[in-house]
Design a binder for this molecule. Structure first.
Ligand code: SAM
Length: 335
């Protein structure tokens, strides 16, 4: 079980299964960049489900307990439930989850994923105001269809359902209280996420960030709330509960209150590059050894040796100089 240079264990693996998405969220895959001419990964470059499952087994041997499937939009990858079935069998994985925009999460799909062994889902939804949401996803996708996806996940028992909302100043902060109100008492957990300088194409500026503190203040003006102690070491969201028993919400403050000290996450791109930080500029190629008949021990050693020298703590050292670094895009590394 390797520890990195800052004493952090490897516990969570985020696996991107595709770099493609059917949304063009302006803060993530702006259509000026991710347009018709953008070169996405080719089919043969993507890891197969068998290759992903083999890597997952090896990661589990190194201490990974939690796997999140992501992308791009992971449900664009056909027959994702087959991969879920393989991952659900990996010894040591206690939590198998998926992040999706919900656009393809029908009742049948949600049930198939649940039956295959998926534990729960996180669904992204940036506003309940239809005009605001359509403008943010930039493909004119309506709020109602995401709410249907949430119902589908609920009906399939993919609990607890988390609803992730990225906040951008002047765009959707007026939706904070609406969002809290809508999901209070449903058992679903809204998480308000600070807009981050991932990649290089979204034109991030510090003044576009709505600090988590402000979210808490806005919600506290409406309902009495209190902090909840974290579930486990490395939990990213700061948790809050409504004192009237209507459930909880979270804030993810990676810009204003970084949590690198407890970061136990690694990320695998759809073409098998291992990244050790969301803001990394370079990955470690695992596809090459996978496809050149490396033994399990050789691949384990490649992962261990990368992790042992990990000293990333980007969010703690973020400055005007680091913002322009050639960081990997969110759609590629997996959100
Ligand atoms: N397509 C899926 C979805 O929409 O959930 C999974 C991938 S998406 C990259 C994962 C999450 O990252 C989404 O909730 C998205 O809003 C969030 N995200 C993308 N760019 C972001 C940024 N610059 N700052 C904060 N969150 C971001």
């Amino acid at each position: 079980m390797p520890l990195d240079l800052l004493g952090r264990p490897l516990r969570d693996l985020r696996i991107s299964v595709t770099d493609r998405c059917n949304f063009r969220c302006t803060y993530c895959m702006p259509r000026e960049i991710f347009g018709r001419d953008f070169e996405f990964l080719r089919r043969e470059e993507l890891l197969s489900f068998e290759e992903i499952a083999r890597l997952a087994q090896l990661f589990a041997q190194l201490g990974v307990e939690k796997i999140r499937l992501t992308g791009g939009e992971p449900l664009l990858r056909r027959d994702l439930e087959s991969l879920v079935e393989m991952l659900a069998e990996v010894k040591g994985i206690r939590d198998l989850t998926l992040t999706t925009n919900g656009s393809l999460l029908t009742r049948e799909k949600a049930q198939a994923l649940k039956d295959a062994g998926l534990n729960r889902v996180t669904i992204s939804l940036d506003s309940l105001d239809d005009a605001v949401f359509r403008a943010m996803n930039d493909v004119n996708f309506p709020v109602t269809r995401v709410l249907d996806a949430i119902d589908a996940a609920d009906a399939a028992g993919l609990w607890p359902i988390k609803i992730d909302m990225v906040l951008k100043r002047g765009v959707n902060e007026e939706s904070i209280v609406d969002m809290a109100r809508h999901f209070r008492g449903t058992g679903h957990i809204v998480r308000f996420i600070e807009y981050m300088d991932v990649g290089t194409t979204n034109g991030w500026r510090m003044q576009d960030v709505v600090p988590g503190r402000e979210v808490i203040e806005r919600i506290a003006r409406e309902w009495p709330i209190e902090p909840v102690t974290p579930n486990y070491f490395g939990e990213v969201a700061e948790r809050w509960r409504y004192r009237d028993g209507a459930g909880e919400f979270g804030v993810i403050t990676s810009v204003t209150q970084p949590f690198c000290g407890s970061c136990t996450r690694a990320r695998l791109t759809a073409d098998g590059q291992l990244y050790l930080c969301l803001f990394a500029t370079e990955g470690h190629d695992l596809r090459q050894p996978l496809r050149h008949r490396a033994t399990d021990e050789e691949i384990l050693e490649a992962i261990r040796s990368a992790w042992r020298v990990r000293d990333d703590r980007y969010s703690e050292i973020r400055s005007s100089e680091t913002v322009g670094l050639p960081k990997v895009e969110m759609s590629r590394i997996g959100g």
